[in-house]
Design a protein around this ligand. Structure first.
Ligand code: B12
Ligand code: SF4
Length: 498
């Protein structure tokens, strides 16, 4: 069967980097293993018009990924495909997986979307593909309308999906359990991407050629549930691949694909510290520790011991992120982060003494914030002094506790999913004494206060990475402080690309 996987075009209003979509890379790999002919069409880097791609490849099944700001573009893409031919179109990804807010149905209600796969997609995707393949073998020119005929009853046994039958009725099946054995999954199919068109994954190393920068996922899920974190994809059950399985993929990235850096994308890689120790030993024993790697997303500060971080440094770890979120004790307790400031201080100290670079993720505008609490966050960032401080404007994603709180007690300022991004300097909601103006002022102050301290400026301009990429760095800094006002123009440009 010919299968196309699409990443709908969605560039942030700042000069963002592009990186192969790991979710699509996994789905592509699993379709390849099934024996399908697979193409990934990443509209962020493609120059071929969608129509030409469809005519040339003539897919029989299309899967489109969608996080929240991308979902409308996913619908537009689906509409363009249906105009070409009535083939089945399936959506997946973080946005459409929020069944609690009926966001699976929101997409299925669109005339051009047939089905949504919620959560981790591999198993559902294969079951859908198996059924379709059997149907196509019996009748190669089947249309989606025929496949979605309620009398055919093809879909009701597949867990974790929502779909629309051709009588326009919406259906939802029970959630699918988490994938138990992650070692059973194939490795992401990087051969399906035009690797030379990508930059590297922010906030990884600047100096690395995008086609030599790879991501890896060594575990899935997170046992915590911070109130602001969108966890619609990964169930609360944390699962890990075995160190042997991870090392085999690592070797493939380094030796076959020439990786110059590797970004570990796990939500919480250090839940089991012994596993990471074993992984580190394996990287050292297998002489894979010469390629620098980074914990891109943050590891738990309460599980970052000196022993572990020193061993990871020996294993090639160059930089690690921590989700610090806030400098205020009460706000920290209110977001269920389950860590305290002294533990965070200790984690940064341990990393620095082990010779590791650090990244701190901070949020400006959490529920209950005041000017003083936001200032405490900025001051705490300066005290920790990571190499990179990233301040996000609190954006309440559907399905999170913050979203519930804001719906009940505040007022949302955004009503368009395309505006659910957090780097364009605009407050997303107001609540209590937290006005949009205050949050926006404090967000800009955060960047200014952190990066314009004299020792910081000196540190920045004496780094080699900075000079290799200084044009881009200035552009991003400028766009961060002065975002493009003509958002509509940006949206028009994106829409025109379909
Ligand atoms: C790496 C990353 C990025 C990277 C790369 C994103 C990318 N294209 O992959 C960058 C830095 C660019 C990025 C940017 C943003 N990100 Co981001 N990102 C992540 C992160 C940390 C890992 C993504 C990943 O690779 N996961 C592992 C793979 C295997 O999972 P997956 O991609 O979700 O795919 C699986 C399922 O979703 C499903 N699936 C996905 N697509 C499809 C399609 C079909 C047809 C099917 C059947 C199934 C399916 O099956 C896949 C395999 O199991 C996640 C956190 C997380 N835990 O996932 C956040 C996350 C996806 N990001 C998030 C957000 C908010 C953003 C931004 C909007 C932030 C912003 N700046 O404003 C932007 C949006 C950028 C854009 N262009 O869309 C949120 C999304 C929340 C939401 N409701 O949409 C997440 C979940 C973080 C969080 N916990 O809040 N991100
Ligand atoms: S912020 Fe980090 S620790 Fe908290 S739920 Fe999300 S991934 Fe887990």
């Amino acid at each position: 069967m010919r299968v196309a996987l699409i990443n709908p075009r969605f560039r942030l209003p700042i000069d963002t980097r592009t990186t192969p979509h790991l979710g699509l890379a996994y789905l592509g790999a699993i379709s390849q293993r099934r024996g399908d002919e697979v193409r990934i069409f990443d509209m962020d880097v493609e120059d071929q018009p969608l129509g030409d791609f469809l005519k040339e490849f003539s897919p029989q099944l299309v899967g489109i990924t969608a996080n929240t700001p991308q979902v409308k573009q996913a619908w537009r893409t689906a509409a363009a495909i249906k105009q070409w031919k009535d083939i089945p179109i399936v959506l997946g990804g973080p946005h459409v997986s929020v069944a609690a807010e009926n966001l699976d149905f929101e997409s299925c209600e669109r005339p051009d979307v047939d089905m949504v796969v919620r959560g981790e997609g591999e198993e559902g995707w294969i079951e859908v593909s198996d059924i379709l393949d059997r149907c196509y073998q019996a009748k190669p020119d089947l249309t989606a309308r025929e496949l979605m005929d309620p009398r055919a009853g093809l879909w009701d046994k597949i867990l974790g999906i929502a779909y629309k039958t051709s009588d326009r009725q919406l259906h939802r099946t029970l959630d699918r359990p988490a994938i138990a054995d992650l070692d059973s999954l194939p490795w992401p199919a990087y051969d399906l991407f035009k690797m030379e068109r990508y930059t590297n994954l922010q906030p990884a190393t600047d100096a690395v050629d995008g086609s030599r920068s790879f991501s890896i996922l060594t575990s899935r899920g997170c046992p915590y549930r911070c109130t602001f974190c969108s966890q619609s994809i990964m169930p609360i059950k944390w699962r890990a691949r075995t160190p042997q399985n991870v090392i085999a993929e690592w070797r493939h990235l380094v030796e076959d694909l020439g990786a110059q850096e590797i970004g570990v994308l796990d939500d919480s890689a250090n839940i089991r510290m012994q596993r990471l120790q074993d992984l580190a030993d394996g990287l050292i024993e297998n002489k894979l520790n010469h390629v620098p790697w980074i914990f891109v997303n943050g590891i738990r500060a309460n599980l970052a011991t000196k022993e572990l971080m020193t061993k990871l440094k020996q294993a090639g770890l160059k930089r690690t992120a921590f989700g610090v979120e806030t400098g205020d004790e009460e706000i920290l307790a209110s977001i269920d982060k389950r860590v305290d400031h002294d533990t965070i201080r200790q984690a940064f100290k341990v990393c620095k003494s082990a010779g590791l670079e650090t990244i701190g993720f901070f949020i400006i505008g959490l529920p209950g914030e005041t000017r003083e609490t936001m200032q405490r966050t900025i001051d705490f960032a300066c005290e920790l002094d990571p190499l990179i401080a990233n301040f996000s404007m609190m954006t309440p994603y559907p399905g999170t506790k913050v979203y519930e709180i804001v719906k009940r007690q505040g007022s949302m300022l955004v009503h368009d999913w395309e505006d659910y991004v957090f780097f364009d300097g605009k407050a997303r909601y107001e609540m209590g004494e937290m006005t949009a103006e205050l949050v926006e002022t404090m967000w800009k102050k955060a960047y200014r206060q952190f990066y314009l301290r004299p020792h910081r400026v000196l540190k920045t301009i004496t780094r080699k990475d900075f000079w290799i990429n200084y044009r881009r760095t200035f552009r991003v800094a400028w766009r961060t402080i002065f975002p493009r006002k003509e958002k509509t123009e940006l949206k028009r440009a994106i829409e025109a690309a379909v």
